[in-house]
Design a protein around this ligand. Structure first.
Ligand code: COA
Length: 247
């Protein structure tokens, strides 16, 4: 089975990160597959919403660190950057179902989702600074706007992990849902969105999202800083520590 699975039901395209033995850490090939599925969803009038989830009890452990290491000298080619831009301009509703770990881009991609449901065991973390990196996906703009600067400082500078209840309290997730109901809830809500008058829904969503150009500009600024950081000794040290932790 491939590392990203896309399936359709009730006007909803479900995208599942399916690399459970690596906590669904996202490789370049996986980003490409996710982008392709999003393109398909956006171009198909029969699809009204998209769900995102991870297989095997994790959402995603973020970007694959081995991919970071392999591409560190040519980061401008990272499919991750294309995925992030694709997310920011994606025009149909996105509904996420999060269980287990949601690290790095696993959390920042949620800032682009319309509805987010989390299992009680969900753990979110934005470890960019600890990895010698800077946030991506517009998180430096979207997170303070969502949770306030004080809390965003804890999450982005101190990189404190937070659980599902805290995420709900902060307004980062819509509801904490028991494991056995999580996927069904996300699907039902996506199906409800898909059944709404399409043009009104999409126009309303667009209005609620505010200034897209400002977001894209911030994503580009973050990407520049991120690419420079990837080549830094700070990042090299942090990645080496991760890779060598079991040796
Ligand atoms: N990139 C590459 N491989 C990863 C990964 C990542 N981001 N996250 C997890 N994995 C791999 C582990 O190396 C391990 O592989 P192995 O069994 O071949 O050794 C496997 O996934 C399971 O991970 P493990 O660390 O054993 O699970 P855990 O439950 O103890 O911890 C995490 C889960 C997510 C907390 C931990 O794996 C982690 O911190 N990962 C890095 C997260 C990160 O920094 N992401 C980048 C953000 S920019």
């Amino acid at each position: 089975m491939s590392d990203v699975v896309a399936s359709r039901q009730d006007g909803v395209l479900a995208i599942t990160f399916n690399r459970p033995d690596k906590k669904n850490a996202l490789t370049g090939a996986m980003y490409e597959a996710i982008i392709a599925a999003m393109d398909e969803a956006e171009g198909d009038p029969r699809i009204g919403a998209v769900t995102l989830n991870g297989a095997g009890g994790a959402f995603t452990a973020g970007n694959d660190i081995h991919d970071f290491l392999a591409g560190a000298q040519r980061p401008e080619t990272f499919p991750a950057l294309r995925f992030i831009r694709r997310l920011a301009i994606f025009d149909k509703p996105l509904v996420a179902a999060v269980e287990g770990v949601a690290v790095g881009v696993g959390t920042t991609m949620l800032l682009h989702c319309d509805l987010i449901y989390a299992a009680p065991d969900a753990i979110f973390r934005l470890p960019f600074v600890d990895l010698g990196l800077v946030p991506e996906a517009g998180a430096s703009l979207l997170l303070p706007a969502r949770v306030g600067l004080a809390k965003a400082t804890e999450l982005l500078l101190l990189a404190d992990p937070f659980d599902a209840r805290e995420a709900e309290r902060l307004g980062l997730v819509n509801a904490v849902v028991p494991h056995d109901r999580l996927l069904a809830r996300a699907h039902e809500r996506a199906r409800d969105l898909a059944a709404k008058p399409r043009n009104a829904l999409l126009a309303t969503r667009r209005l609620m999202r505010g200034d897209r150009d400002a977001l894209l500009q911030r994503i580009d600024e973050e990407a520049q800083a991120f690419m420079a950081a990837l080549k830094s000794p700070e990042a090299a040290q942090a990645f080496a520590a991760f890779v060598g932790r079991r040796k």
